[in-house]
Design a protein around this ligand. Structure first.
Ligand code: G3P
Ligand code: CA
Length: 238
């Protein structure tokens, strides 16, 4: 049965990539989470989508130029009533000890390479013994290969925006167990072909009811959605 992954947490209702959004996704009974990680100036892995903190927090500047102590002072919950900091990956992995969620960690290293990001994320995943509940994805496919070489026990999945021919062949060639394509770049045939060849498919970002129904109908591995409550309701009626 198609799994429901909450994109940046339950981001349709809560501030993206915050503990509030992750807790809400858990409460909604989502199967998994998707979140984005980058590195601070002093090498802490933090959960934030943009290279700059400006859009989602009360602060300004590039994540890579800010030390962890400084970045934690910013409010990442501008939408909500209570202030909350940008989470560290450690905070999320610690919290995962108390639930059964799967977590898709997207390495946001397509603009800045963030030297050592793969290694740091893998060390933390191993430390918290979460090897079986983590999927590492990235638009940076070199990073996907590096992650696999460093930790073959952790599932990897390349992200892509364009339609590619027989993506399962590509995924197999880089030893990825899945692909995370943009929704418009996959046809039913591509999804079925990938799954028949042992490659999981988790398209993003699937918010429209008709798209959710379409992917449930072909029993796609998972969908990545901003609104896990809506997707789960549709899934229940299916
Ligand atoms: O992981 C799927 C999706 O999150 C990739 O795009 O920009 O939302 O990180 P973006
Ligand atoms: Ca993402």
């Amino acid at each position: 049965m198609t799994q429901i992954f909450a994109h940046r947490g339950y981001s349709a209702l809560f501030a993206e990539n915050t503990m509030s959004a992750f807790l809400a996704a858990e409460k909604a009974n989502a199967d998994g989470l998707e979140l984005d990680v980058q590195l601070t100036k002093d090498g802490e892995v933090v959960v934030i989508h943009d290279e700059k903190v400006d859009r989602t927090t009360s602060g300004t500047g590039f994540v890579k130029d800010l030390p962890f102590k400084e970045i934690r002072k910013f409010n990442a919950n501008k939408k909500g009533e209570k202030k909350e900091p940008i989470p560290s990956l450690i905070e999320v992995l610690e919290w995962m000890q108390s639930n059964q969620l799967v977590c898709n960690i997207e390495l946001k290293n397509n603009l800045f390479p963030y030297e050592g990001l793969e290694e740091k994320v893998i060390q933390l995943v191993r430390k918290y013994n979460l090897n079986n509940r983590i999927i590492i994805s990235s638009f940076n496919h070199y990073s996907i290969v590096l992650s696999y070489r460093t930790a073959p026990e952790i599932e990897t999945a390349p992200l892509f925006n364009e339609r590619i021919y027989m993506p399962w062949v590509y995924a197999q060639s880089i030893r990825a167990k899945g692909i995370h394509p943009k929704l418009v770049s996959v046809s039913d045939e591509i999804i079925k072909g990938s799954m028949e060849n042992g490659i999981a498919v988790r398209p993003y970002t699937v918010n429209k009811e008709s798209d959710i129904n379409r992917l449930l109908r072909i029993n796609c591995t998972a969908i990545i959605t901003d609104d896990p409550v809506k997707a789960l309701k549709i899934k229940q009626q299916f």
